[in-house]
Design a protein around this ligand. Structure first.
Ligand code: SAM
Length: 284
């Protein structure tokens, strides 16, 4: 059964009386080449994979061919019977019927994969892109790679360079914990039904240790968040209110770190954010 064929997808939908729910991001991928790129980027190496949102199981099947075990979380109960049918030959796949946002992933990974560092792969529904990435990274789950198909614009934001309009707090979250890379762009026409926007596959290779050394992670992320809280304001204004430091004192502190107080958050490299956060940590 070729799950990348639009005809097959429509046939399965008709046989099971399945209607696509836009709210759950049910746009199914039809490109064998993109599936292969996702599996390759995930560097599975016969290890464990966590998939989010199998849909009809097209990516699950591809992952299953490279993995020792695939655990796939699907929120939509209507897909249980479909997946039983489409994945009947994949003995190393386990489907869990749950909302990934309400799942204790640390527990699940430990129960299903023991101490192994796994890969995460998903064609993600757009509404949970940022919360999922934030959860996987901030909770420091035992994950070596995150390979996700997401809205192209969001992929560009997560992979943005300093000084560009896309650069923001979530870019720095990714840069801190991972090495981001856009693997490929995927036009909307390669999905059934096609979404309104194009997509891209983003790989986040989780680093063994964060990309910069900071004295206190909480202060680092508080600095980043504050710097982007009001994009039109200068760093001096944003940070002075977030850290309750009088402006003259903060000006002095920033200048001693070699960072002009009139700059805006989007112009700072991650190294400059680290420097600034360390200064703030030592002074409060
Ligand atoms: N993996 C398939 C593919 O590549 O064609 C389907 C991907 S489709 C974009 C997203 C899938 O995620 C849908 O099957 C949807 O039901 C599921 N989903 C949406 N929200 C979810 C959630 N909170 N937890 C788990 N699965 C979810």
């Amino acid at each position: 059964m070729d799950l990348t064929s639009p005809k097959t997808i429509r046939q399965i939908a008709s046989d099971f009386g399945f209607t696509f729910k836009k709210g759950l991001g049910q746009n199914f991928l039809t490109s064998k080449a993109v599936l292969e790129e996702i599996a390759e980027a995930a560097e599975i190496d016969n290890g464990g994979v966590l998939e989010i949102g199998p849909g009809f199981g097209v990516l699950t099947k591809e992952l299953s061919a490279h993995a020792k075990k695939v655990v796939s979380i699907e929120i939509d109960e209507r897909l249980n019977d479909v997946l039983e049918y489409t994945l009947s030959e994949c003995e190393n796949v386990k489907i869990i019927n749950a909302d990934v946002m309400k799942t204790n992933l640390r527990q699940l990974i430990s129960d299903e994969f023991g101490n192994e560092r796994i890969s995460v792969a998903a064609n993600l529904p757009y509404y949970i892109t940022t919360p999922i990435i934030t959860m996987l990274l901030e909770e420091k789950l035992p994950v070596k790679n995150i390979v996700i198909m997401i809205q192209k614009e969001v992929a560009e934001r997560l992979n943005a360079e300093p000084g560009t309009k896309d650069y923001g707090a979530v870019t720095l979250l990714c840069r801190y914990y991972t090495e981001p890379e856009i693997v490929t762009s995927v036009p909307a026409g390669l999905f059934v039904p096609p979404p309104k926007v194009d997509s891209a596959v983003l790989k986040l290779k989780v680093l063994d240790k964060p990309s910069v050394n900071v004295k206190d992670e909480k202060t680092f992320f508080k600095t980043v968040k504050a710097a982007f809280s009001q994009r039109r304001k200068t760093l001096l204004n944003c940070l002075s209110s977030a850290f309750s430091i009088p402006k003259p004192q903060l000006t002095e502190l920033m200048e001693s770190a070699g960072i002009q107080p009139g700059r805006r958050g989007e112009t700072l490299s991650i190294e400059e954010f680290a420097l600034l956060a360390d200064m703030l940590f030592s002074s409060v």
